[in-house]
Every structure is written in C-alpha cells, then in structure tokens.
Design a protein around this ligand. Structure first.
Ligand code: PLP
Length: 231
C-alpha cells in the first residue's frame, strides 16, 4: 500500500535538495500534485498530508472532485482543454497551464469576463515540435502573447512544457533550459499584461532537473500517488 504522506515527504526532501544545489530557495518552487485518475479518498489523504495544489487533466473529473473537496486548495488545469469546456474550466480552476492556441484563449477570456474574473494562465509550449504533442510552437509564442495581451480577463503568468518521456532525466534538461530562455525572452518584450515569471516544468521522473533549471511549478503525480491505473 502506497503511503501518500510518506511519498510526499520524500518528494519534498528531493525538491529542497535540488533547490539548494541550484542556489535557490525551496519556497520558490510550488508542488502541484497531479491527481488525475486518483480517487477522491486518496486526494483527501493528500490534503490531510498538507498538499495545497492539485492538477487535473479532465474537466469533468476535476468537477466531481472539486465539488466534493471544495476550494480550500488550489486546482490547476494541466490537460488539453477543449474550447467547449472553457466556461467550466474558468469556473473551477485557479490556474490553467495549458493555453496553446489563441482561439482557446479567446473563449477563456469570454468566460472569465462573464464570470467577473481575471484568469491566470500559462502558455503551453511544444518544444519538441512533435505534431502529436499539444502546445504552441516556439515561433508562435510572441504573436499569441500579443493577442492575449488584448484580452482583459486573462493574464499570462508564464510558460509550461512537457518534454517527451526519457528514462534518463538529464535528457529533459535541454528542454527546461530552452523554456527558461523563452520565458526570459518573453519578459524582455514588455508586452502589457504579460508577466511570465512562472515556469511549469518537471514531473515525477525529472522534477529535480527542472528545479535546477528554474522551475517554479512542478507537476508530480506518480511519485506521490503511485502508478496510475490506465483509463
Ligand atoms: C500526468 C501528468 C503529469 C504527472 O506525471 P507523473 O509522471 O505521474 O508525475 C504532469 N503533467 C501533465 C501535463 C500530466 O498530464
């Protein structure tokens, strides 16, 4: 039986060690516990163990959990978001990591306006450029950021990426370096309403490398909850 509190303690130790290696303060890195496919009781155990941020990939699944567990923790949307789910995602989620096209941003803006909110988002970038991956291409970021800067109910807080899976976490490092540099480049443009300080990068297998390269949000599922049952 997987003990969530114990797993969490181990992840936090590793986070702190990685931050220290990089000369960073561990408080600069937020742990998002990825709870997709994890049932409510186990998410509750994580809350009791002190987790404050959860990441979900499917809006309907998130809705069920959020209605049961409430808004005392933060809910991050990290999956591919269909435009027709934008309204619900805006209502339920505190930060959307996966904005990858202007049309989606437009729908989120419209929903946030209706709901009287300003929605923080991250732009998801596909650095590998693989057509099977979601995410905007590097060459599209500036144009997308400029378009979004004209949307009053959305603020871009940063960038997110998900490299291909590698056995060796060191193989993720070039992707993380690239995302950090893209974030710096975006900030230098001084586009109004674009803050872009956050870097959402690093998962169970490679979060230490991501922290060494400047990650501010790591998205960790299996290292906390154990292996997922496939859906
Ligand atoms: C599932 C998922 C994660 C977590 O993956 P683990 O390897 O279980 O830590 C992180 N980010 C995204 C976008 C995911 O879909």
């Amino acid at each position: 039986m997987m003990d969530i509190a114990e797993n969490l303690a181990r992840v936090k130790e590793r986070m702190e060690a990685a931050a220290r290696r990089a000369g960073r303060s561990p408080e600069e890195v937020r742990l998002v516990a990825v709870s997709k496919t994890v049932e409510v009781e186990r998410v509750l155990q994580a809350i009791q163990a002190g987790v404050k941020d959860f990441g979900e990939n499917y809006v309907q699944e998130a809705k069920k959990k959020i209605e049961t567990l409430g808004q005392n923790v933060s809910w991050h949307f990290i999956g591919h978001l269909q435009t027709n789910k934008a309204k619900l995602a805006v209502r339920l989620c505190d930060l959307i990591h996966s904005v990858d096209r202007p049309h989606l941003a437009g729908e989120l803006n419209r929903a946030a306006l209706q709901q009287g909110k300003v929605l923080p988002v991250l732009l998801q970038i596909s650095l590998s450029g693989e057509s099977t991956k979601f995410g905007a291409l590097e060459s599209e970021i500036l144009r997308m950021a400029e378009e979004i800067s004209m949307m009053p109910a959305i603020t871009v807080k940063g960038l997110m990426t998900m490299p291909p899976f590698f056995e060796n976490p060191e193989d993720s490092r070039p992707y993380f370096i690239k995302l950090r540099k893209l974030g710096e480049h975006l900030r230098q443009q001084n586009i109004p309403g674009i803050i872009a300080q956050e870097l959402s990068m690093g998962m169970s297998n490679d979060f230490e490398v991501a922290i060494e390269e400047g990650s501010t949000l790591i998205r960790v599922g299996t290292a906390i909850f154990g292996p997922r049952v496939s859906r």
